[in-house]
Design a protein around this ligand. Structure first.
Ligand SMILES: [Zn+2]
Length: 441
């Protein structure tokens, strides 16, 4: 979706909003926003709960290790602000090949890519703005073909004249989207966007409309306690909060947040999520989040095993699994499933319009033996042509209550048929599984 611009002119772009003619920029934005909303399930209902999203600005080389481990261990998604020519601009921070960014960070960890320009350099004319804002999107889509790229994340830049952003477009005011050429380029090609400025002070309304231009709170020089306070503020106000950091600054020393504090922060987010008091989302998800709704796209069929009939509808399973509960066919109970051998499995074909986005897989598991002994093991596996997830979970014996196990993934646009498996790895005792959900975040 594009329109032609006369080269060198900064006026043709604003003419559309100064006349009564239909504005092709708004028409293109509306079409992109519709596709964007459908991809993530139309809205992401938080049911009145606050939300948090984490933005990691470039330097993907710094993510494997402490940052990746914290996201993996607690199942917290993130948004990657990537610039499409970052490997050419700075190899030292960007040696990770695009194929590895897609597989290791997007598919396996649930980090969504967003455009953060082409070169991260200031530009002063329309051709430069088109290159940074629109060509970067074309390049990122080609470099990350399994992922949806639909969000603009403004870089923090200042041009030679001391002017911030692209020709003054820095999103300190939403009118920049209609009145400045660079803003109109963003609006034309991106369903959702985020500023580098402080519009909204980093807090986002959860009103279900694809949001444009809201800002973030930079947490990289905060302690755990200070960053946590930004989240509890969002919880008090019933809004979303977007937290930004450069991953190479985590644990760098000096004033920067330590790796242990970052881990504590994600642990806090996971605890609040599991208690039903906070929804960790991608920035795309938070841009669509609606606190007045409870609707969320879930690609698992019958994840609570309470379908009328067998309770196993949608699943195949080994003979050692059986439904629990006094009346498994009764929708009012919450039957669980127990295994004394191997697996339950569901093949999911994700609709094309929903693929490329980040999803959160959550499974409640618990283990029971009446004789104590060694801790049990369960294994959760998502399998496609490259194994996206193969996670072995150690579960203490004689657990009385389920523990929620959460991980996040991008579902590959080019490989939408995925098998979800839950295994029991050791003999003896019972493994219970319930509430399998694989939802848009
Ligand atoms: Zn940046």
């Amino acid at each position: 979706m594009s329109i032609q611009y006369s080269s060198g002119s900064t006026h043709s772009l604003v003419e559309g909003c100064l006349t009564n003619k239909p504005d092709p920029v708004f028409a293109a934005h509306r079409a992109n926003a519709e596709i964007f909303a459908r991809r993530h399930g139309t809205v992401i209902g938080t049911g009145g709960v606050a939300a948090v999203s984490i933005r990691l600005d470039h330097n993907p080389d710094a993510i494997p290790g402490a940052v990746a481990n914290a996201h993996r261990d607690f199942g917290i998604p993130a948004t990657l602000a990537l610039y499409s020519r970052q490997r050419e601009v700075s190899t030292s921070e960007h040696s990770m090949p695009w194929a590895d960014i897609q597989q290791d960070l997007c598919f396996e960890l649930g980090m969504e890519p967003a455009s953060h320009s082409a070169t991260h350099d200031p530009r002063t004319n329309l051709a430069g703005f088109v290159d940074e804002i629109q060509t970067s999107l074309i390049e990122l889509k080609a470099q990350l073909p399994g992922c949806a790229v639909e969000m603009w994340t403004q870089p923090g830049i200042t041009d030679a004249n001391g002017q911030k952003g692209y020709g003054g477009f820095y999103v300190r005011d939403r009118r920049e989207f209609t009145e400045l050429p660079a803003g109109r380029l963003v609006l034309e090609d991106y369903a959702a966007s985020s500023s580098y400025g402080d519009l909204g002070s980093g807090y986002w309304e959860l009103d279900g409309r694809p949001s444009v231009g809201l800002g973030h709170i930079t947490i990289e020089k905060m302690t755990y306690t200070e960053a946590k306070a930004k989240i509890t503020q969002a919880q008090s106000n019933g809004v979303g909060v977007n937290l930004m950091l450069h991953p190479d600054n985590v644990g760098k020393g000096g004033d920067y947040m330590s790796a242990s504090d970052y881990r504590l922060l994600l642990q806090f987010i996971a605890q609040e999520r599991d208690a039903g008091r906070l929804m960790p989302l991608t920035m795309s998800g938070m841009a669509l989040a609606d606190k007045s709704s409870t609707h969320r796209l879930d690609v698992v069929t019958n994840g609570d095993f309470s379908a009328v009939g067998t309770g196993f509808t949608g699943w195949t399973h080994s003979g050692s699994w059986s439904l629990q509960g006094s009346s498994p066919n009764n929708l009012s109970n919450t039957p669980s499933t127990t295994v004394e051998g191997d697996w339950i499995r569901q093949a999911v074909t994700v609709p094309a319009e929903n693929a490329g986005a980040v999803y959160e897989l959550s499974v409640d598991l618990w283990w029971y033996t009446n004789v104590g002994g060694a801790d049990g093991e369960a294994r959760i596996k998502l399998r496609d042509n490259g194994s996206v997830l193969d996670k072995t979970i150690t579960i203490p014996t004689r657990q009385a209550a389920p523990t929620r196990h959460v991980s996040t993934h991008v579902i590959d646009r080019n490989n939408r048929v995925i098998s979800l498996w839950v295994y029991k790895n050791v003999s003896g005792g019972r493994l219970f599984a319930d509430n399998v959900k694989w939802r848009a975040v």
